[in-house]
Design a protein around this ligand. Structure first.
Ligand SMILES: Cc1cc2nc3c(=O)[nH]c(=O)nc-3n(C[C@H](O)[C@H](O)[C@H](O)COP(=O)(O)OP(=O)(O)OC[C@H]3O[C@@H](n4cnc5c(N)ncnc54)[C@H](O)[C@@H]3O)c2cc1C
Length: 154
């Protein structure tokens, strides 16, 4: 048994826009995966569970690094915002304390500088600590696709 598994070979891609990322992902189904913090996807690749040929870095595209609160429309959390930034946000702490608490319960400070709430949701583990908070707070997921946006809520 290999007690020190390593990452398989893959190509790293950094598209410039969400449209470019969506186009590439849609034309390489099964071969390409989006990634943000990598705290799930890289571990799964190292363990041989996932074997994508391409990792598509979708951090920071088209406003996905933004945290924005509007009293009328609520909180908009960019997909690439890491959990420490969520915890540090006064708006989140004041209006969405459950989300602050959920993020704080995840692993450790260093891991939370990489891990994102959206990555936690997309990984879809039943143990995902922020998923329940997003559901309880009536979160809506805005998905970017080649054929226009889609929204998902419970
Ligand atoms: C040591 C350790 C401790 C951990 N402890 C906890 C814990 O206490 N609680 C907990 O809930 N989790 C924990 N995790 C799991 C992990 O850190 C979280 O699930 C994290 O939130 C994943 O976010 P990420 O940005 O790193 O996702 P990534 O690894 O980048 O991606 C996760 C999944 O989502 C997909 N994805 C990523 N971005 C997108 C996108 N924009 N659109 C569509 N799909 C996308 C990827 O393809 C992948 O399948 C731990 C992990 C490690 C390694």
């Amino acid at each position: 048994m290999n007690t020190h598994p390593t990452l398989p070979e893959f190509d790293y891609l950094r598209p410039r826009t969400l449209a470019e990322a969506s186009e590439f992902l849609s034309t390489h189904p099964g071969d390409a995966r989006p990634y943000m913090g990598g705290t799930d996807v890289l571990v799964r690749m190292r363990d041989g569970i996932l074997t994508p040929r391409f990792l598509v870095d979708v951090k920071g595209l088209d406003g996905t690094n933004d945290v924005h609160f509007d009293p009328r429309t609520g909180l908009t959390l960019g997909a690439a915002v890491n959990m420490n930034r969520v915890i540090a946000s006064p708006a989140v702490r004041t209006h969405y304390a459950l989300l602050t608490e959920a993020c704080r319960s995840v692993a450790s400070y260093p891991l939370r500088t990489r891990a994102t709430v959206v990555g936690n949701i997309c990984n879809a583990s039943p143990a995902g600590d922020t998923i329940g908070a997003c559901l309880a707070l009536d979160g809506v997921l805005h998905i970017h696709r080649v054929h226009g946006p889609r929204q998902v809520w419970r």
